[in-house]
Design a protein around this ligand. Structure first.
Ligand SMILES: [Zn+2]
Length: 1023
């Protein structure tokens, strides 16, 4: 049945207040052109060198007779003489490995019409290549793109007129493997398209041996062809198929002063017809008749929390599912400035229903959050994962071991390389630097070392089950800390007795022989005068980037630009504190204290206005969870300076609306709109940690309100967030809440894995204060369906963005742990602590929480009790807990929100009469005896999680497990399925014991077991 989007979904968008929707691109925009930066694989400006200006550090090599030339239009550009022995550029073969679609853009200024000179040529040769030539042999050959993976005779590709000589021309080639097209653009306009192109980039490049891949600019793979003669500027490679608008914007931005945002690619289509709306079947199966109005209360200043799902009345009188209600989301708190009553009108997308909420605004303040954390986790070593009931390794064990075993083989010296380099020390023999974001000149270098410190501390603490591994990680951790300790003691102290030095962090001079600060990290340019850096300084690079941030430096790859110095530092400080707190190394805390005081000494003299500006500066001001790190240092040491420093990282507008603290998250106002997700989530964990130190309720409200707004209005079914098409950056929250369909599902990627890592961390921390099942329901959803799903099948390679478009494919990287993106870094942390939230206890050791149903053993040593959890969950719907030891305590077991078909408890085989509501914790109080067993049964059911503004687009779950459709190829429209309205399970066959199912002629399997193409969202008709 064809259907059109019902008008209420449009109403929803209108209801949401419109804030400024531009991404906070600001100063970095012209650099990024507003296109999700992770899709930018490499960018060569050629303005004096062949460095890659993207963050991937795929620096190119210029061969032969080539030089840089001062050009009127673009400044310095690359000049290639042409002819048979001219010059050309070679790009590292691994740059385009494991890609399918590709876009190449760049400026070319041709000298003459020498035939077959190449703009670029990529491939293995021998009949496998993709090239663009601005001029062929004959006039009729024109400017053309040719691709083949099956020999010369099978070539395909578009062509147009020859390009002009003696002037700059913008050329773009777009291989779109979803649409199976190859496109050619000249000066921002699409001038040719070939359809039916079945090849992907993977067909012309070697996945196994990247050194075989020949990637040239200005040279043909075929040696007989002439080289490019002329000038080249700003050549870029994207891993996505750019849209017409994006290509045009890239060109326009290069030649006009004003930066424009290209509009994004549209979401795969929902088929539309002209059928009148009344004829469309309800997406809810039976016809929805009514959704009741509600009443709510709040206090002056604080926007009310309204339920997002309400029970509905159906025409046939059946008990249909509750429906999602979308309420308007104001951009400030004016509605609740005064006591009184007012009415809010909501919408039920997919219908014309408009339930109302009558809100009473009272004087007074919100009930205070608990000052003390109620629960505590167990040390990592007290919980050990085990095999399932059928003797199989669980997916959790498998992922743990992929990481633990690979980490055990790493050389800590690689992770110390940048630190030694910054302090001008020799490297030990045969130590290779890391690649990617930690390479020599990358301004984020050292970030992976921070994640690594956390990972080896966690691995050390976790491997109580294996002496050899435990010793291995202990030795690695202590060796790392010893070196970092010695380096940190050098900072701000004389290199030789009586030599010059500057101990004051606020008085660091520019490097020797320089009259200003710079971010030059090249072997020739890096400063290593550590005696001038102020006491306590430690990082993967000298202090300049921190100082330049204060002075207004923006994000970029020039020597007067920076990446994100406090982001790198947060990883390092967190790693150090984990080595102390999780790994028990006291020197690690001393290093962290020294650097913490360095940061405090600098920031306390920076004016408030400057700080607010710094933290809002695109990417450059990204500080991870520096506020969390500082508040944590305060908790560990009692030194008040660290708590004061934590507050210096307050993101004032985001937390409190404005400098007067008039609204913001503290007042439940949604300030997430369009913001970079992973930049902001750790700041919230920092707000909660600041609350722990200060007891100021506003910080708690910031964290609690953020969590609700984020998980209700911005979350996809895997538990991830972001993926914005509007604003046009896959790493940002959508421009408006409750609009994933309208503004999300971007082409370049959807859910950044780091963001989910950080949301899990926040959820867990909130739960320790407020043991409400909603936090652990989310935890389970995101742990199984994103974190577990983010790791490759047989190695520790892992995902950056997890794409959710129909027929998409996960891309894994860093199997060898030698070139880390942010997400490769957080993956090290996630997979070395998979057991950390299965069990919690109350602070007084009187209550034990069973949060997750994962085979494992808990040693509750403080009570002399062990709990063994045996289960095959989620390949079974039961679990059994066996008590060793005895004593009285409350056992609180989670009744998952999806367990709507009952929840049965047997103790020592006896059925218990319990009142277990889905989405709560059930308390079992007893004096437990050695050998007692508790069996829990929670029947699974198929259920849908719908996209909030397009309810027919939904994910199918079985219990906690998201089921993905196996797809043979990319799709341009959503996978359609028809399911039984009465009971989804009637239209699905398969085996719950393997979680392999079939419906509508397609196979379904857990998303966390999916390594090929998948559809996570389906276009569902209920019949
Ligand atoms: Zn990331």
């Amino acid at each position: 049945m064809k259907r059109r989007l019902l008008p209420s979904a449009v109403v929803v968008v209108v209801l949401c207040g419109f804030a400024e929707v531009r991404a906070q691109a600001g100063e970095g925009a012209q650099y990024l052109d507003g296109i999700g930066e992770t899709a930018l694989i490499a960018r060569y400006l050629f303005n004096g060198n062949s460095e890659d200006w993207s963050r991937n550090a795929y620096h190119a090599t210029v061969h032969g007779k080539a030089g840089y030339f001062e050009d009127e239009q673009f400044g310095k550009v690359l000049s290639l003489p042409g002819g048979s022995d001219g010059g050309y550029v070679q790009i590292p073969g691994r740059a385009l490995a494991d890609m399918e679609s590709l876009s190449v853009t760049g400026w070319v200024n041709l000298k003459d019409l020498t035939p077959w000179q190449r703009f670029f040529d990529l491939g293995l040769g021998n009949g496998r290549y993709l090239y663009c030539t601005p001029v062929g042999q004959e006039r009729a050959d024109g400017c053309r793109v040719r691709m083949t993976a099956a020999g010369y005779g099978a070539e395909k590709g578009p062509a147009t007129f020859r390009v002009a000589t003696g002037q700059w021309v913008h050329l773009a080639t777009v291989l779109d493997t979803t649409a199976k097209t190859l496109n050619l653009y000249v000066d921002g306009v699409r001038v040719g398209q070939t359809t039916g192109v079945e090849w992907t980039l993977a067909d012309i490049l070697s996945p196994e041996d990247a050194s075989e891949n020949r990637l040239y600019i200005g040279k043909s793979l075929y040696d007989g062809d002439a080289m490019l003669g002329g000038k080249v500027y700003d050549v870029r490679f994207y891993s996505i198929a750019l849209t017409d608008a994006q290509v045009a914007a890239i060109r326009r931005n290069a030649i006009s002063e004003e930066t424009t945002d290209p509009s994004g690619r549209v979401t795969p289509a929902v088929e539309e017809t002209d059928a009148p709306v009344e004829d469309a079947p309800s997406v809810y199966g039976a016809e929805l008749v009514a959704v009741p109005d509600i009443v709510a209360e709040t206090v002056v200043g604080h926007l009310p929390h309204l339920p997002i799902s309400l029970p509905a009345e159906y025409a046939d009188g059946t008990d249909g599912p509750a429906v999602r209600v979308v309420w308007p989301s104001p951009v400030d708190n004016r509605q609740v400035e005064q006591p009184g009553t007012y009415t809010i009108v909501g919408a039920v997308p997919g219908t014309t229903l408009a339930p109302k909420a009558g809100v009473t605004v009272k004087r007074g303040s919100l009930s205070k959050p608990r000052a003390e954390q109620q629960l505590a986790p167990f040390p990592l070593g007290q919980v050990v994962l085990s095999r399932d009931d059928r003797g199989r390794e669980t997916p959790f064990m498998e992922n743990r071991d992929k990481f633990i075993l690979a980490l055990a083989r790493t050389d800590p010296n690689r992770f110390l390389y940048n630190f030694r380099d910054a302090f001008g020390l020799e490297q030990p023999a045969d130590v290779e630097p890391l690649r990617g974001w930690d390479s020599q000149t990358t301004r984020l270098r050292g970030h992976a070392s921070g994640h690594y410190l956390t990972a080896i501390a966690q691995a050390y603490a976790s491997t109580t089950y294996d002496e050899e591994l435990h010793a291995n990680f202990g030795a690695k951790m202590n060796a790392m800390i010893d070196v970092l300790y010695d380096l940190s003691r050098k900072s701000g102290r004389p290199a030789t007795p009586g030599g010059p030095c500057n101990a004051d962090p606020a008085q660091v001079p520019p490097g020797p022989g320089k009259d200003d600060y710079d971010s030059d990290l090249s072997r020739e340019g890096i400063r290593t005068d550590y005696w001038n850096w102020g006491e306590g300084f430690i990082s993967g690079y000298p202090p300049d980037q921190f100082i330049m941030l204060e002075e207004g430096a923006t994000y970029g790859a020039r020597n007067n630009q920076i990446w994100a110095p406090y982001y790198t530092l947060h990883k390092i400080l967190a790693g150090l504190m984990d080595c102390y707190e999780v790994g028990g190394n006291p020197k690690a805390l001393e290093i962290a204290q020294g650097m913490g005081l360095w940061v405090h000494a600098r920031l306390r003299v920076v004016p408030t206005e400057t700080r607010i500006q710094m933290w809002n500066r695109y990417i450059a001001g990204e500080y991870g969870g520096m506020n969390e790190a500082m508040a944590r240092l305060h908790r560990m040491t009692g030194d008040e300076r660290f708590l004061a420093c934590a507050k210096l990282f307050d993101n004032t507008d985001f937390f409190f609306g404005n400098a007067q603290h008039e609204h913001g998250l503290a007042c439940n106002v949604d300030t997430l709109r369009g913001k970079h997700a992973n930049q902001h989530i750790p700041q919230i964990t920092g707000a909660l940690e600041t609350y722990k130190g200060t007891g100021e309720p506003a910080y708690y409200q910031v964290a609690d309100n953020f969590w609700q707004i984020c998980t209700q209005g911005y979350m996809y079914s895997i538990g991830g967030v972001a993926g914005a098409r509007n604003p046009n950056n896959a790493e940002c929250f959508t421009a408006q809440p409750n609009s994933l369909f309208a503004n999300g599902f971007s082409e370049g990627g959807q859910n950044e894995t780091c963001a989910t890592y950080n949301l899990l961390k926040l959820s867990r921390q909130l739960f320790l204060f407020d043991p409400d099942a909603r936090f652990m329901d989310y935890y389970e959803q995101a742990l199984y369906n994103h974190i577990l799903a983010s790791v490759d099948e047989d190695n520790p390679g892992n995902t950056y963005h997890v794409p959710l478009n129909p027929g998409a494919r996960k891309r894994f990287s860093n199997a060898h742990m030698d070139g880390f993106t942010c997400c490769n870094g957080t993956a090290l942390e996630s997979s070395t602590k998979l057991q950390d939230s299965i069990y919690f206890r109350s602070q007084d050791h009187q209550t034990l929480y069973i949060n997750l149903y994962i085979p494992s053993t808990l040693k509750w040593s403080q009570r002399n009790i062990a709990i063994r959890q045996s289960t095959s969950f989620p390949y079974a719907d039961t679990t059994r807990l066996t008590v060793t030891g005895s004593g009285s305590f409350d056992l609180r077991v989670r009744v998952p929100r999806w367990a709507t078909n009952g929840f049965a408890v047997r103790i020592n085989g006896q059925a218990q009469d319990v009142d277990a509501a889905a989405g709560t914790y059930l308390t079992l109080s007893r004096s437990w005896e050695d050998g007692d067993t508790i069996e829990l049964k929670m029947p699974f059911d198929f259920h849908l999680r719908r996209v909030m503004d397009q309810p027919n687009i939904a994910s199918l779950f079985y219990g906690p497990v998201l089921l993905a459709v196996e797809e043979p190829e990319p799709l341009t429209i959503w996978r359609k399925v028809t399911l039984s309205a009465d009971d989804l399970g009637q239209s699905i066959t398969g085996d719950p014991g393997t979680l392999r199912f079939r419906t509508n002629g397609v196979n379904l399997k857990p998303f966390y077991e999916t390594y090929s193409r998948h559809s996570v969202y389906l276009d569902v008709t209920l019949d």
